[in-house]
Design a binder for this molecule. Structure first.
Ligand SMILES: [Zn+2]
Length: 103
């Protein structure tokens, strides 16, 4: 998975294309991510239990990770992710444009 929670991504496909938003969480097995305010759907919910809000609520649905692009924290450009092996054996993500390590 080239994306992580709290990354900022640019949406490339769908209704929210062009939006920049934060990744809330990733679903590596499905290769999907949940992005804040992106791919909103209306859910008509009944009050069940104690905390569920009734009525029509807006909810994000996960989007395919290939439909977004990571925004580099250094050059603020949408970029592809390259990988680099660090001296201690861990893999680290680097921006393919400015070659800086993305945390
Ligand atoms: Zn960069």
């Amino acid at each position: 998975m080239r994306l992580r929670a709290n990354d900022t991504v640019l949406v490339l496909k769908g209704r929210d294309r062009g939006k920049r938003a934060r990744v809330q969480y990733t679903l590596p097995k499905q290769d999907k991510i949940l992005v804040e305010g992106v791919n909103l759907v209306s859910r008509h919910t009944k009050p069940t239990g104690t905390t569920r809000q009734a009525g029509i609520i807006q909810k994000e649905m996960p989007v395919q990770s290939s439909n977004v692009m990571l925004i580099c924290t250094h050059c603020t450009n949408p970029t592809r992710v390259a990988w680099k092996n660090l001296a201690d054996g861990t893999k680290s993500r680097i921006c393919s444009k400015c070659k800086e390590v993305i945390e």
